[in-house]
Write a protein of this length. Structure first.
Length: 724
């Protein structure tokens, strides 16, 4: 008798029981408020660790941990209109939100600025992200928040996640490495710091941000998040941070070292309990023990890559000293005095924090406290690193200079930060593996020797404190939680290596990525990046047509296709070009770089210059333009542009119409200074608007994505005290 065939057509909500079909109702997903938030192992562990000694404070800590995390966001500080945006929000949105909140719940905290964030550019709201997103009473604010987020003016991000980039103290001339960058909110802050002089309209910064992540799929999330900032100074790579390769700009030069390095490592994430229900149910000590070696290795590699006098910031969203102080202590020991902790207590004075721990214990995976590695069952001893235990000279390490942030202190998540300065050369540092490797004199298996050859394999999940995935493109996961893998799996680092070739007119290399706006595919064929040479025929055409200044560096333009007809021209900074032209650039797994400046416009009309400006790079290139293709518009003309896709010349006033008719067919640039408008109400702005427009035979076309148009519409409405 043959086997009975399975009922493949059975409803997924049913199961088979004999000949009877029993309906099984799926358990509905509980909200954060409804779910049980209790874990006795967690409570016992941290009580015994004595992270909070006062019983009343401990009770407050646990109570706050069981409440939902507030929504936090920051205004992009490098944008010329940052303060205008802040003031508009304070005038138009904050009073309404406070009134709404008082009507709903008089006990809840109203929206307020983060006192420790500079210039009132960071804000926090007690309503959750989902409440703001779905509750109709927040509709106007949510629409404004989404629109400004999409174009890079606002980043939604957990409050404590904003701290490490502030303490990194990035300047526009710095070379910066973000070792574990995805999903990208901290990277965005670093980019903002690189562009801190944008408000003074100084040219492209000399600094660079290399944003790295070990997981190729998450690298695309990183590209999506940072793309909104439109920086030519960003280079995204895909490497295991433990083995980030050396880069030699010239054959005879030493490896590149960085002024600033952010080491936001993979961690167990128990500081994210206020938004991550799985931590409550799944917390165990094994995660921290397993991650400790990876964390040490990443920080050690970061220390090697830093310049003497350079700064590193190490951070986790974990409360566990095994991932925090124990890692810091081990790296200080291995650096042999060439790395010191920096006292940053005078920075961010309004931030409530506690010093790092100088005493901690190690719990075995079985749940018992063990005083040394010798107390571990020999069968499992290889799972524990010696450096988990407190070193005998712990008092000399100044671990109190580390920063611990607990949720109840300022209504945030939990976090840990340590700031280092490199004061000497760090070399021949032995790799701390998953066993007990603890060689005082370095070892044969050094990080320096292995960076170009070893690929670590780990599948442990890291919980990322960032809350920066916007509503335009929701991820297939919990609304407020994103995860990060701690080191690259074999799958995530596969792909063709870059190839480089040079001749008189081009420099070519291959990237791992088909298209920066697509998700990575299982098999990558690579994409060609080609720097345009001085003899490229498109360059003089563009320069002459637009009156482009000689100060604009056309040798920093590149294309991503080997086709004869260049379609899109991208601009990178001089520092990015140096890296892409390095003798060993083939070691880099490149994901993305450059901003779109020019695109070849397909048109049936005869046109002298087929290249048009991209909105993405408009503000970057505008300072280099003459008035040859520039027209002054008022807000009235902007409204006409927004009223329909292709408004006719006849819809404009005679003076404007005559100017439009004087231009040849092709792209023009509209310059708008709203501060000169007489008819607008009190919402004046000193920040000009610069718009790329295609001038056709008898009509215009605003060259904006729908997201950019939405933001422009909202801004124009605000000038006239209008609201849809």
């Amino acid at each position: 008798m043959g086997r009975k065939k399975k009922n493949r057509g059975a409803n997924r909500n049913t199961r088979q029981k004999g000949d009877n079909e029993v309906t099984v109702r799926r358990t509905e997903r509980k909200t954060y408020e409804e779910a049980e938030k209790k874990n006795e192992t967690f409570e016992k562990y941290y009580k015994d660790q004595n992270i909070i000694s006062d019983e009343a404070e401990w009770k407050k800590f646990m109570e706050v941990n069981a409440t939902i995390l507030p929504t936090a966001f920051r205004i992009t500080g490098s944008r010329r209109h940052a303060f205008e945006l802040r003031d508009l929000m304070k005038r138009e949105h904050i009073p309404k939100l406070i009134q709404i909140q008082l009507e709903i719940d008089q006990k809840s905290e109203p929206i307020k600025p983060l006192l420790w964030y500079p210039n009132e550019l960071g804000w926090q709201h007690s309503a959750s992200r989902m409440t703001i997103k779905k509750d109709p009473i927040f509709q106007t604010f949510h629409r404004w928040l989404v629109a400004e987020t999409e174009v890079g003016n606002i980043s939604r991000q957990e409050a404590v996640s904003m701290i490490p980039p502030l303490l990194l103290d990035v300047k526009p001339n710095h070379w910066v490495l973000d070792m574990c960058a995805a999903p990208g909110s901290k990277t965005a802050q670093i980019i903002e710091a690189i562009h801190a002089n944008d408000a003074q309209e100084i040219g492209i910064p000399s600094g660079i941000v290399i944003a790295n992540d070990s997981d190729s799929k998450r690298s695309y999330m990183l590209v999506h998040q940072t793309k909104r900032l439109r920086s030519p100074c960003l280079l995204v790579t895909n490497h295991d941070a433990q083995h980030f390769p050396n880069i030699h700009l010239k054959k005879s030069s030493p490896p590149v070292q960085f002024d600033r390095i952010l080491v936001d490592v993979p961690c167990s994430g128990d500081g994210t309990m206020r938004k991550n229900l799985t931590i409550w149910s799944n917390w165990n000590i094994g995660n921290a023990i397993g991650l400790h070696p990876t964390q040490v290795n990443i920080l050690l590699r970061g220390a090697q890559l830093a310049k003497e006098g350079g700064r590193l910031v190490y951070s986790t969203c974990s409360l566990n000293p095994l991932e925090n102080e124990a890692v810091v202590a081990e790296v200080l020991r291995r650096s042999r005095g060439n790395l010191i902790l920096v006292d940053v207590n005078d920075r961010l004075p309004e931030l409530r924090k506690v010093p790092g721990m100088t005493s901690w214990k190690v719990m075995s995976k079985e749940g018992s406290w063990v005083s040394s590695l010798d107390d571990i069952n020999p069968k499992y001893r290889k799972k524990y690193a010696k450096s988990l235990w407190m070193p005998p000279d712990v008092e000399k390490l100044n671990l109190t200079r580390c920063i611990r942030i607990y949720p109840h202190l300022q209504d945030t998540g939990g976090f840990f930060i340590a700031v280092f300065e490199k004061i000497g050369i760090i070399k021949d540092v032995s790799v701390l593996d998953d066993t007990t490797s603890n060689d005082e004199n370095g070892g044969e298996n050094s990080i320096t020797e292995s960076v170009d050859n070893v690929e670590a394999d780990s599948t442990t999940i890291k919980y990322e404190c960032n809350d920066d995935v916007n509503d335009i493109e929701e991820m297939n996961q919990d609304d407020s939680v994103s995860t990060k893998r701690p080191s690259s799996t074999n799958q995530s680092i596969k792909g063709s290596h870059k190839r480089i070739r040079t001749n008189e007119s081009t420099t070519t290399f291959k990237s791992n990525c088909e298209n920066e706006e697509e998700k990575p595919k299982s098999k990558q064929t690579g994409e060609v990046f080609i720097f345009l040479g001085s003899d490229n025929e498109d360059i003089p055409l563009i320069r002459e047509f637009y009156g482009l200044s000689e100060d604009f560096k056309t040798d920093q333009l590149l294309v991503r296709s080997e086709n004869e007809k260049n379609k899109i021209l991208y601009l990178v900074s001089d520092s990015v070009k140096q890296v892409l032209s390095a003798t060993d650039v083939h070691k880099l797994r490149l994901v993305n770089t450059g901003i779109k400046i020019f695109t070849r416009q397909d048109t049936n009309e005869p046109v002298k210059c087929p290249f048009r400006f991209n909105a993405e790079g408009m503000y970057t290139v505008y300072p280099y333009l003459s008035n040859k293709r520039v027209i002054n518009f008022g807000l009235k003309e902007v409204r006409i542009l927004l009223s329909e896709p292709t408004p006719l010349f006849d819809q404009f006033d005679e003076k404007i119409r005559e100017q439009l008719e004087s231009f040849e067919i092709g792209c023009i640039v509209a310059y708008i200074d709203p501060s000169q408008e007489e008819e607008i109400v009190f919402r004046r702005t000193k920040v000009p608007i610069v718009l790329p427009i295609w001038r056709a035979h008898k009509s215009l076309n605003l060259l904006y994505r729908k997201e950019d148009r939405k933001v422009l519409e909202l801004r124009v409405q605000s000038y006239f005290n209008e609201e849809k």
